[in-house]
Ligand binder design. Structure first.
Ligand SMILES: NC(=O)c1ccc[n+]([C@@H]2O[C@H](COP(=O)([O-])OP(=O)(O)OC[C@H]3O[C@@H](n4cnc5c(N)ncnc54)[C@H](OP(=O)(O)O)[C@@H]3O)[C@@H](O)[C@H]2O)c1
Length: 294
């Protein structure tokens, strides 16, 4: 198979890892195109013989040029969570540019269950999925579960005070390693084009915040208690800590999503694609200890 795989957002954390794992799977350098807003950040890939192209979803014309000759385009969802519809517009630009460029297959990084989600940004994912399906092109949707790495945001402060303020009640989350999600995406994209598919890539177990706190205690030896708060108390605390309003809404919607059980889905899709049991959160918290526990 000779068709090329264009990875957008290739300077981002997930994008970089997808390129890494395509190479690790034996996909030839000549079959990979790395797209980014900042080609200068990917000088090492260019030096290794991978085509690096400028690809900014805010620049539809440039994007169509960039996608020319690509077989598959993986659209990595952007981080434009501004509370407006910026991100959805960016994704629609990317889909249209890929169609205009004549690509053979589309792929996209979405979220679990966008149809029933309470996340403030779920509509971006749902509408992008719909836009992709409406093209009629073969497609692969990767509904990515919550990264284990997301805990690096909450745990440092929580461990410092010994208290993890959470509005998630008993809700559970099936955290997965970002790197394994990238590996799974690479495995699916490296395979020959087949029927369109939606994967939901989750970790192997859904854990409550109490169970996660216990794992963090075991990993660090530090005390950590979950303190249950209401959404309103969380909003007050986040605002007092100087978190911008738009992120307050995002963070509170994440708690509501966990509480509703929407992030607790566990599938075997990740395991099937990477060919082994996905990393458990307890192992991650031990390995990443220095990143969140000083
Ligand atoms: N499942 C989860 O737990 C989780 C957590 C956080 C984020 N996410 C989502 O997954 C995506 C990838 O995660 P990550 O960890 O790699 O995040 P990240 O390191 O923050 O990367 C942000 C990504 O957005 C891309 N981007 C931003 N503006 C763009 C634009 N105008 N045109 C094209 N690309 C643009 C960046 O590409 P370049 O810099 O290369 O241009 C980069 O790939 C995030 O952007 C977000 O949508 C998921």
């Amino acid at each position: 198979m000779s068709h090329t795989i264009f990875v957008t957002g290739a300077a981002g954390q997930l994008g970089q890892l997808v390129v890494k794992h395509l190479l690790a799977r034996g996909v030839a350098h000549s079959r990979i195109i790395a797209g980014t807003r900042s080609p200068e950040k990917l000088a090492d890939l260019a030096a290794a013989g991978i085509q690096v192209r400028k690809a900014d979803f805010e620049d539809p014309q440039g994007l169509t040029e960039a996608f020319k000759g690509a077989g598959t385009v993986l659209i990595v969802s952007t981080d434009a969570l501004d509370g407006a519809d910026t991100r959805l517009k960016q994704h629609r630009n990317a889909v249209q540019a890929a169609v205009d460029a004549g690509v053979e297959r589309l792929a996209y990084t979405s979220q679990p269950n966008p149809e029933s989600s309470r996340l403030s940004f779920a509509a971006d994912h749902l509408e992008t999925e719909r836009t992709i399906k409406a093209t009629g092109l073969p497609h692969v949707i990767f509904r990515n579960g919550w990264y284990q790495e997301n805990l690096l945001r909450a745990l440092p402060n929580a461990l410092e005070s010994g208290q993890w303020h959470s509005a998630a009640e008993g809700g559970r989350t099936s955290y997965a390693a970002r790197e394994e999600i990238a590996e799974a995406i690479a495995a699916a994209l490296a395979a020959p084009i087949a029927d369109s598919r939606t994967y939901t890539l989750t970790g192997p177990e859904a854990l409550s915040n109490e169970e996660i706190a216990e794992l963090a205690r075991q990993a660090t030896g530090k005390p950590l208690a979950v303190v249950h708060v209401t959404d309103q108390q969380l909003v007050t605390g986040l605002k007092a800590a100087g978190v911008p309003d738009v992120f307050v809404s995002v963070l509170v919607s994440i708690e509501a999503e966990v509480r509703a059980g929407n992030l607790s889905i566990v599938t075997d899709h990740l395991e099937a694609l990477i060919g082994r049991s996905p990393k458990r959160l307890g192992s991650y918290l031990v390995e990443a200890r220095s990143s969140y526990a000083g």
